[in-house]
Design a binder for this molecule. Structure first.
Ligand SMILES: O=C(O)C(=O)C[C@]1(C(=O)O)C=C[C@@H](O)C=C1
Length: 318
């Protein structure tokens, strides 16, 4: 009996940067499940119609991707299993015959627009922006618009992945469009939670934590849970809880794996002192750089210290 090919959801349609990220890690026989937005892609993992989703989480120009950060806190728990980075450059593409001077309106994903605003301002200062659900959705719509419907489309060009321009047979009006040529977006592969795997020595852990309300020093106390255990933070972002002003959750990446003692100890401290804590996965870090474990915080240090306590309790140590 052959096992069916796994289905992976992602922000579609085909040709998004998200699909480029998925291709880095998905098995060859993957069944693609392109979704119209990030929450739908994540819900397909929750309802078991997909085994994994690939979604953007952090953009080097725009920062955290709120659609992903907010969904990971809201629905049934999911965990990050891998991270991928995709260098981002755009092309300005249109239907055959469209010239730069014909472009009065451009559609793309808001993050893409944020990364190309300067270029557009310089080359098409009059062009207006039409929001798209992804970089490739307006590309596909432009390609599918027949001449009769063309008048109904309110844009003449899109900013998209060069792969999308190719896939939808659009003409490239301008290539290498980007205000920052080194822009990178970090994507994550997200799965349903299961038994946590083993550490590789070069891991990252993602979590969400909410501070106790209205308490002086609450943020400092939370950060100390990491610093006293030698756990280094690589990202921290605040997101409003949503129910009233002034209440925030923090989305945090730390170096290390939840199977490591010092990371576990930090989680235990947070669990004792914060009203909300969600573990969002321990996974190999992209750059494979081994995590530096400060003196006194290695697993061995914890084991030795615990056995000293056991000796005290048993009356073996004075
Ligand atoms: O629309 C796409 O192609 C996506 O993969 C989404 C996304 C994002 O959310 O940031 C990813 C990379 C680019 O920065 C622009 C858009």
């Amino acid at each position: 009996m052959t096992t069916p090919a796994p289905t992976w959801s992602f922000l579609g349609p085909g040709g998004t940067f998200c699909e480029s990220a998925l291709r880095q890690v998905a098995p060859r026989d993957v069944v693609l499940d392109p979704c119209q937005d990030v929450p739908t892609a994540l819900d397909h993992v929750r309802d078991r119609s997909a085994v994994a989703a690939v979604v953007p989480i952090e953009n080097s120009v725009e920062g955290g991707v709120n659609a992903t950060l907010d969904n990971l806190v809201a629905g049934a728990p999911l965990v990050i299993a891998a991270e991928m980075a995709v260098p981002i450059t755009f092309v300005l593409a249109g239907r055959r015959g469209t010239r730069l001077e014909d472009v009065r309106a451009i559609s793309t994903h808001p993050h893409a627009w944020a990364q190309c605003r300067g270029w557009v301002h310089q080359h098409l200062p009059e062009a207006v922006y039409i929001e798209g659900t992804s970089t490739s959705a307006p590309a596909r719509a432009l390609a599918e618009a027949d001449d009769a419907a063309d008048a109904a489309l309110d844009y003449q060009a899109v900013l998209c992945n060069p792969l999308a321009a190719e896939q939808y047979h659009l003409n490239i009006i301008a290539g290498g469009v980007a205000d920052n040529p080194d822009a990178v977006t970090r994507f994550v592969k997200v799965c349903r939670p299961g038994r946590v795997g083993e550490p590789t020595g070069a891991d990252k852990t993602t979590l969400l934590v909410q501070l106790p309300h209205n308490r002086a020093g609450a943020l400092l106390d939370m950060l100390e849970q990491f610093s006293v255990r030698g756990v280094n933070l690589t990202r921290i972002e605040s997101r409003p809880v949503g129910d009233s002003l002034g209440r925030y959750r923090f989305s945090i990446d730390v170096e290390g794996h939840i199977r490591e003692e010092r990371v576990q100890a930090a989680f235990i401290g947070l669990h004792r002192t914060c009203p909300f804590l969600r573990f969002l996965g321990s996974y190999p870090r992209l750059d494979s750089l081994p995590v530096v474990v400060p003196a006194g915080t290695s697993d061995k240090d914890f084991v030795v210290a615990r056995s000293w306590v056991a000796d005290v309790l048993d009356g073996r140590t004075l």
